[in-house]
Design a protein around this ligand. Structure first.
Ligand code: ZN
Ligand code: ZN
Length: 253
């Protein structure tokens, strides 16, 4: 299977990175989008990732840099239905986000109910089809009325025997890095790299049973060759490969 890290910035777009969006592609060509920061629709087009192949969208949390491109995705799904075998499933992490999203889609004169189904994320198995199963794991980056409302996702691909942990944003002390990565071997983890100090993360990641670590959501200090070298210097001792993703990178697992 293939991973496309389309947008790899933190809360703002920068001179070299756009907001968060990652596409997972299975062997049959199906696409799954994790986070939909702008300009996700344009970045998918540039990569030749056709909207008709997109089966589901999962939003980790309701911060602008993770969800701002969702109406573009829904617009394209409605506008270009030819060849689509499945509807588009969109999972939002807060039920309260759905009425305002519907309101904005209505304001854009989009008729989407025949094409798009909406779901709300909660802990546990969230989605399954013939390619993969996705489990949601609550994290504490964002709380709403005292309730943690951010999520990481565990993607388990049936055919390829691959398990990938994809974190959304995490807390500043790295304490909500999902324990699943410490408990069972995972093929890879895509982990945000903005909200915590590497010195807090390194001891935890040393215990993680990962085949590979790929950093996404890259903070300003880690941009450019010198910044990347500085970030990687904190993780040199890890017993598995560590990469820093860029916009447009492709990873084969
Ligand atoms: Zn973010
Ligand atoms: Zn955030």
């Amino acid at each position: 299977m293939k991973i496309y890290t389309l947008g790899t910035s933190h809360g703002d777009a920068t001179y070299c990175r756009f907001n968060s969006s990652t596409v997972y592609e299975t062997a049959d060509g199906s696409l799954y989008l994790l986070d939909a920061g702008t300009p996700v629709e344009a970045l998918m087009t540039r990569k030749g990732l056709k909207i008709q192949r997109l089966r589901a969208v999962f939003i980790t949390h309701m911060h602008d840099d993770h969800v701002s491109g969702i109406t573009n995705i829904i617009k394209s799904a409605v506008k270009y239905p030819a060849g689509r075998e499945h509807g588009l499933a969109v999972f939002l992490p807060e039920a309260e986000a759905l009425p305002p999203l519907r309101g904005w889609l209505d304001a854009l004169h989009l008729k989407y109910d025949h094409m798009v189904t909406f779901g709300t994320v909660s802990d546990g198995v969230l989605y399954a089809d013939n390619n993969l199963r996705i489990t949601a794991i609550r994290t504490r980056h964002l709380t709403v009325n005292g309730v943690p409302s951010s999520f990481a996702y565990l993607l388990e691909f049936h055919r390829e025997d691959i398990s990938i942990l994809h974190t959304g944003d995490l807390r500043g002390d790295f304490s909500d890095f999902p324990k699943i990565a410490l408990e069972k071997p995972l093929t890879a983890c895509l982990c945000e790299a903005t909200h915590y100090k590497p010195t807090d993360a390194a001891p935890v990641l040393a215990e993680a049973k990962l085949g590979r670590l790929i950093f996404i959501h890259i903070h300003n200090p880690w941009h450019g060759p010198e910044g990347e070298a500085a970030l990687l210097s904190h993780y040199k001792f890890l017993p598995y490969p560590v990469d820093i993703a860029h916009d447009g990178d492709e990873f084969e697992l």
